[in-house]
Design a protein around this ligand. Structure first.
Ligand SMILES: Cc1cc2nc3c(=O)[nH]c(=O)nc-3n(C[C@H](O)[C@H](O)[C@H](O)COP(=O)(O)OP(=O)(O)OC[C@H]3O[C@@H](n4cnc5c(N)ncnc54)[C@H](O)[C@@H]3O)c2cc1C
Length: 486
């Protein structure tokens, strides 16, 4: 964690530059790798540093879903109709409040080209649609719904289209052998072919500044501290801050005590060293929050607040459910299902945990849950009445998942369960990757991408918008840095 000051060092105080390059990229996850490729292709001499012993970061652990659309070849091969306009309308609604309009427009217009770019980097995709609620698609499927496009409230707004594009990974196992690793392997190989140099076990500590212009960074490797000069620009792609307790306490206290989705290098150092050089931040409270139950179980169950009432349609994107449960309900939630639901989930290969309480008697369950009498009974009666008619007048869950529940009921007590989280807030950047200061002016020589920045997932999140946005705007940040005059 924090061991050194973050305030920038003045170039005049740098005793000697240990290395000098055109573009210095800090962090070799998918944002940094994409930045390095495009900077090198634009003719820059590029050095990428990473604090870890190798490339990858959280990107290499990821499920690999990239949020792309507008009619990609993969979508077409799966028979999916889509357009940049539909993608834009969906993302504008799903990633708010306060989505970054300029970034959204660039991202949706450039999505087809970005898919082609990834394919040209060697990233493989299998044209097969996975149409089941789950965090990740099994091996052999390359496309899935990853944002609640086919659920309320978005299905009424814009024709649903799946946009989670998943690189092919033989024999993948979530968290162990992931499609994110395939993505990273091909990006890093492409960077190497473009002449990018990498140094590992090297941590950037603070920026070097010359009269307001970022000209390099102080780095540390094996206890040795030195300075790297960047003639054209520095790209910060050092991930988010979900592993930094004090930063969470300051900006996003609800995330404290949850489970980190990422690496312990998500310590916010990239954000802090830019802030110390005058950079502005956005949406620091925002986070992806994974609901702690199998999506296959969630969509077939009743999710209840602390009073025993439903509060969100359970069939939407489970990260959206997670946000609702964490930010609105303070994680004080219960999940109710019956034997038929449990059996169906098991048959689809899903996971059903042992319920905390099982009973035929709803009054007994209400007492165990510590809620007022009759509330749960009313919730179940209203749900079942709607389900009999194939409708959910309260929350609009799709008829596909509606079925009356019957005794004995199982209730899973999720109060206090830990949600998987990673931060979405970060540096305020332009669609070209320039880091902005508090007056909205670019900090000269400083660029950023990925979870070091606030991007397409401004507040709301859809799976794939992190890898998608990080690679897309990483490329732009790398190009912008390379093109900046010395
Ligand atoms: C299990 C899992 C599944 C996920 N699934 C998906 C998914 O399907 N789709 C999706 O879009 N997102 C997914 N995510 C989230 C996604 O992986 C990350 O948000 C994304 O990879 C961030 O990319 P990045 O390049 O910004 O950061 P990273 O990939 O984390 O790269 C940052 C790099 O910077 C390095 N670094 C940090 N600080 C310093 C420093 N001071 N000096 C030098 N180097 C430094 C780190 O070591 C790291 O290698 C998942 C994450 C996990 C963990």
């Amino acid at each position: 964690m924090e061991t050194t000051a973050t305030a920038p060092v003045r170039a005049s105080e740098v005793p000697t530059w240990a290395a000098e390059v055109d573009v210095l990229v800090i962090g070799n996850g998918c944002a940094g790798a994409s930045a390095s490729i495009e900077a090198a292709r634009a003719g820059a001499e590029v050095l990428v540093l990473d604090a870890a012993g190798g490339w990858g970061g959280a990107s290499a652990m990821a499920g690999g879903s990239l949020y792309l659309g507008g009619g990609t070849p993969l979508q077409k091969a799966c028979g999916v109709e889509d357009s940049p306009e539909a993608m834009h309308a969906f993302l504008k609604a799903a990633t708010g409040p306060d989505p970054d309009e300029a970034k959204l427009a660039a991202y949706c217009e450039g999505s087809l080209e970005h898919f082609d770019w990834l394919v040209a980097c060697g990233v493989p995709f299998v044209p097969k649609l996975w149409d089941q609620p789950s965090w990740e698609a099994p091996t052999g499927y390359g496309l899935m719904y990853t944002g609640g496009e086919n659920a309320h409230p978005f299905d009424d707004l814009v024709p649903p289209a799946p946009r989670g594009h998943i690189p092919h990974m033989e024999g993948k196992r979530p968290g162990e052998r992931s499609a994110g690793w395939t993505l990273m392997r091909h990006l890093v190989a492409t960077a190497e072919r473009a002449g990018v140099r990498c140094r590992y076990d090297t941590r950037a500590e603070r920026l070097a500044v010359d009269d307001g212009v970022v000209v390099g960074a102080q780095v540390s490797a094996y206890g040795e501290r030195c300075f790297v000069r960047a003639r054209r620009g520095v790209v910060l792609s050092a991930g988010g801050f979900a592993a930094n307790g004090p930063m969470l306490a300051q900006h996003a206290p609800r995330l404290l005590g949850n489970m980190l989705i990422g690496t312990d290098r998500d310590d916010g150092r990239g954000i802090r060293m830019a802030q110390a050089a005058g950079a502005a931040v956005r949406h620091m409270e925002a986070a992806q929050t994974s609901f702690p139950a199998d999506p296959a179980l969630l969509c077939r169950s009743l999710l209840l607040d602390r009073h025993g009432r439903r509060f969100v349609n359970e069939d939407t994107y489970p990260g959206r459910v997670g946000q609702a449960a964490l930010y609105q309900q303070d994680r004080q939630v219960f999940l109710l299902y019956d034997d038929a639901v449990a059996e169906e989930v098991r048959q689809t290969g899903g996971h059903v945990p042992e319920a905390t309480w099982v009973s035929d008697d709803v009054a007994e369950l209400e007492e165990s849950m510590g809620i007022a009498p009759d509330v749960l009974a009313e919730t179940i009666a209203a749900y079942n009445a709607g389900a009999e008619a194939g409708r959910d007048p309260l929350l609009h869950k799709s008829a596909r998942w509606l079925r009356p529940v019957a005794a004995p009921y199982g209730v899973l007590d999720l109060r206090g369960a830990r949600f998987g989280v990673f931060t979405l807030g970060g540096l305020h950047t332009t669609p070209q990757g320039e880091v902005l200061d508090l007056d909205g002016e670019p900090v000269p020589g400083l660029f950023a991408a990925g979870r070091t920045t606030s991007g397409v997932p401004a507040w709301g999140y859809c799976s794939g918008t992190s890898l998608g946005d990080a690679t897309f705007f990483g490329r732009r940040a790398g190009r912008s840095a390379a093109r900046r005059s010395r």
